[in-house]
Design a protein. Structure first.
Lengths: 327, 319
């Protein structure tokens, strides 16, 4: 328990550092969102309106320290300002919708890829030298070595454009309004299929190979050999004695992958015009939308920290040896 | 004593390295009688552990058994199917590994590691298995509270005791002990050896005890087999071997042991190093290091012949 609290403290400090960097970085760059917005309205805004805008974005003439404190207060309340690109929506609202879609596709992709890849890794290692072990890893690594966006575009071109099996973009059909109807849900699923499938195919090889290699070394260990000597059923030896231990390093990788979901789905969302976090980030950069950028960066950082914290806790549960060190 | 319970005949084990085969156990024959402690002694890399693992067919690849028979009560272990093999393992023959540090699974509680083998072989309820596991721990002097411990929470000696308790869980006929005390200090080692001897006398199982510590074996086992470079050099009852070693290698091993009583005789070393099993010397494998080697030793492998009752030796000089 003390261990978890200590980790929590560490992550809070890390989060504070990220929030602070997030505040100073945009202020070091030339240009400000109010001016950008002012330019977008092509002079139809009065100077007073411009001042009001600066006020909204927190770019007041107040001393930096005061600005910083105001900013911290806003962040704590979940208020990240007003978006320029989606003016006058609040950044938190814009991010929330994007977040939902990103978690749907990238989250599903990571979980599915991890589950399938790890299972295949266990099978490949337990039938070492079999066809699965010989063929599959090289094929998957070959596929995974293509630049992801290229692979995704080829798949989109063939399955979406030529064969018309799947839609070309967006999260759901334009003629539907979000609801819990069967029609809407199936539309969401068909739209999510290609983005998820391409990420899974591209990342499967890594999971497979790392699990396979962990398994091979664990299978050679004394305790697995002893489990065999005990006359236990092969399934129990493989799963309970070998896979259980071989999983530990993969779990670390899984945690890191979870953390990179928000930052990593940029390419997927661009190729499939998917309205997630990555797509929003591109929009934010195009429109010099600093508040939105800041908000997204903050979310990415918090996601990485959060995933790490979760993995720390999961590890305590998975590996009894870490409990001792924690005390 | 009566009929042997385990008969190893001309057993050969090879390690496949690329195109070549390295023979780690070469036509080894050895009997184990009920209730007997058979010591297996030899230098590192002479094939002791390989032989032990071959008996349970748990040799890791790339090792393969290339010849011979291992008969348990008249049935060849090398020919039985997976199902029969699983029944034989632990129920009839169990093993204690060299390093208890690595032999226990670090993420599974001690209790589960003992009960799972009981549940796999006996039709008992989980509660009964758990009770049996606590008895087993008590038998080796460990408080049953440690059924809930993980191996890293135990000391080295406790871990090795757990492994011994585990090996006796199903009251097997034969327990193979592969240097069970290597990682322990001499005091713990002595305690554990006494415990093994006690339990052996009480439960009557046979032991195949593997070590490079000849002095220990001479006082601990009934009969000894000396292994040199994958071959059996000599087999004899402990006392006979101590009083009348016939193989030059055994004789040199005896002289290499320090004496407990102060004496003028300094322990001797054996010159040279054990041969590589990838390219063993022709003839008798010990001849390059033997100061009494004669011409025939370089050409012909000496057969293992019975020189006295139960005393077998493979040396041209002895015949």
């Amino acid at each position: 328990m003390r261990y978890i609290l200590r980790r929590l403290g560490f992550y809070l400090v890390a989060a504070w550092a990220a929030v602070t960097l997030n505040f100073f970085l945009p202020r070091l760059m030339p240009g400000d969102p109010a001016t950008a917005l002012f330019a977008r309205f092509r002079g139809q805004l009065s100077p007073e309106a411009m001042e009001a805008l600066r006020e909204t974005f927190g770019l007041t003439e107040a001393p930096l320290v005061k600005q910083y404190l105001t900013y911290l207060g806003h962040i704590l309340r979940g208020d990240m300002g007003i978006s320029v690109a989606y003016f006058p929506s609040e950044v938190s609202g814009v991010i929330a919708t994007g977040l939902l879609w990103t978690i749907l596709i990238a989250g599903t992709a990571v979980v599915v890829s991890f589950a399938i890849g790890t299972t295949l890794g266990i099978i490949a290692a337990s039938r070492r030298g079999g066809w699965l072990d010989n063929v599959l890893p090289s094929v998957l690594i070959f596929v995974g070595s293509f630049p992801y966006f290229w692979l995704a575009m080829v798949v989109l071109f063939i399955m979406g454009f030529t064969l018309r099996w799947f839609p070309l973009g967006h999260a759901y059909s334009d003629n539907l309004t979000p609801s819990l109807s069967l029609e809407f849900i199936s539309s969401v699923l068909t739209h999510a299929f290609l983005p998820v499938a391409t990420v899974v195919v591209a990342t499967l090889g890594g999971w497979l190979l790392s699990m396979r290699n962990n398994m091979v070394s664990v299978l050679g260990s004394d305790y697995v050999n002893l489990a065999r000597a005990k006359g236990l059923k092969p399934a129990r030896v493989i799963m309970r004695y070998a896979a259980r231990n071989a999983l530990l390093p993969s779990v670390t990788g899984f945690g890191m992958a979870l953390g990179y979901i928000l930052g990593g789905s940029l390419l997927t969302e661009i190729v499939f015009s998917y309205p997630g976090q990555g797509y929003l980030l591109v929009q934010a950069v195009r429109n010099q939308d600093y508040p939105l950028m800041q908000g997204i960066f903050l979310m990415i950082t918090l996601a990485v920290l959060g995933a790490n914290l979760i993995i720390d806790v999961v590890y305590l549960w998975l590996d009894p040896r870490t409990r001792e060190i924690g005390r | 004593m009566n009929e042997p319970i385990l008969k190893i005949e001309n057993l050969s084990v090879d390690y496949v390295t690329g195109e070549t085969l390295v023979r780690a156990v070469d036509r080894v024959s050895l009997d184990v009688k009920p209730g007997e402690i058979v010591g297996l002694a030899g230098e590192s890399g002479c094939g002791k552990t390989t032989l032990a693992k071959a008996i349970l067919r748990i040799l890791p690849p790339p090792a393969i058994i290339t010849g011979g028979k291992i008969e348990y009560r008249g049935k060849n272990i090398l020919e039985i199917n997976e199902g029969e093999l699983r029944k034989l393992r632990w129920q009839k023959i169990s093993i204690v590994f060299q390093s208890a540090m690595n032999a226990l699974n670090p993420v599974i509680r001690i209790g589960e590691q003992i009960t799972d083998v009981i549940l796999a072989h006996k039709s008992v309820s989980p509660d009964e298995a758990y009770d049996r596991a606590s008895q087993l721990l008590e038998m080796v002097g460990i408080h049953p509270i440690h059924l809930n411990s993980y191996s890293h929470q135990l000391s080295g000696g406790m871990r090795q005791r757990v492994c011994i308790a585990l090996a006796l869980a199903l009251e097997p006929d034969i327990v193979i002990m592969d240097e069970p005390t290597t990682a322990l200090d001499v005091i713990v080692e002595r305690e554990i050896l006494n415990q093994i001897k006690d339990l052996q006398a009480r439960l009557g199982f046979s032991v195949i005890y593997i070590t490079h510590d000849l002095a220990r074996l001479l006082q601990f086992s009934h009969r000894l087999a000396i292994l040199y470079a994958a071959h059996i050099a000599e087999i004899a009852p402990a006392q006979e071997l101590q009083e009348n070693p016939l193989h030059p290698y055994t004789q040199k091993l005896m002289r290499a042991m320090p004496s407990l009583v102060p004496s003028e005789v300094k322990p001797e070393t054996i010159p040279g190093t054990p041969p590589s099993l990838a390219s063993p010397p022709p003839g008798c494998r010990f001849h390059p290091r033997c100061d009494r080697a004669i011409e025939i030793c370089q050409r012909e492998k000496p057969p293992l012949v019975e020189k006295a009752t139960n005393h077998l030796v493979a040396c041209h000089l002895a015949s």
